[in-house]
Design a protein around this ligand. Structure first.
Ligand SMILES: [Zn+2]
Length: 228
């Protein structure tokens, strides 16, 4: 359904009330509606919430999607759910490394290093940090669900936290997860591994996930609302 030029996904389910949600990374709008509601009623509901919706889409896209950074000292960066300040320390040696010191992420770089280089150094560091964390969760959830992951990778992804190919057993995790709280990272691992049993987000999928990770819906909300 399209309202004021905005695509609205409508999903009818056995629920009592209408529910409107806006999701990253692109401000996708989703309405869950009771089965008896007509398109007209849903449209009216969306229009009533229009001001909220426009505001929410703006926030979602600016905080979560457009992850523009300058990579200068003082800038806020998240790591495993905690807020840190970046400290860029330049010298004339060609070595670089990253370390956490108190509330700071210190990045040691060559004095004329570009912003793009600092970004790369930092993303590589995030990848090194997040890989063992995901490894632990993958092993844990392989056990819980009785599945086997053929291969998994961590990489920059544009529009989802993870992707699972059931037939090949291959899973991709979004590198941006390194910024999220650990319970959110674990949720994504559990979610993707559940896809090895059930490809789609069916009732069966939700049932399996709900059995082993009760309250996953709340964690999913936390994940999507958490800033990058
Ligand atoms: Zn999924």
């Amino acid at each position: 359904m399209v309202v004021n030029g905005v695509d609205i996904e409508v999903e009818r389910k056995p629920i009592k009330n209408l529910h409107l949600a806006v999701y990253p990374p692109d401000g996708r709008v989703h309405v869950s509606a009771p089965q008896s509601y007509t398109d007209e009623q849903i449209k009216l509901f969306v229009l009533k919430k229009w001001i909220w919706l426009v505001q929410k889409r703006k926030e979602t896209t600016s905080y979560i999607f457009q992850n523009e950074r300058e990579y200068v000292s003082g800038e806020a960066h998240y790591y495993k759910g905690e807020l840190y300040r970046l400290k860029v320390i330049r010298d004339n040696t060609y070595t670089f490394h990253v370390e956490i010191q108190g509330d700071y992420i210190n990045v040691y770089v060559y004095e004329r290093t570009t912003k793009e280089n600092i970004a790369n150094i930092l993303w590589n560091w995030y990848k090194e940090q997040i890989t063992p964390t995901i490894e632990l969760y993958v092993a844990k959830w392989e056990n819980i669900l009785g599945v086997k992951v053929a291969e998994w990778t961590v990489q920059q992804m544009q529009s989802s936290w993870g992707k699972c190919h059931k037939d090949t057993g291959k899973i991709m995790f979004n590198l941006q997860l390194a910024k999220k709280p650990l319970n959110c990272i674990e949720y994504v691992v559990a979610h993707e591994l559940t896809h090895l049993i059930e490809q789609n987000h069916t009732d069966k999928f939700r049932h399996i996930l709900g059995t082993y990770l009760p309250g996953w819906q709340k964690i999913k909300e936390q994940l999507n609302e958490f800033p990058l």
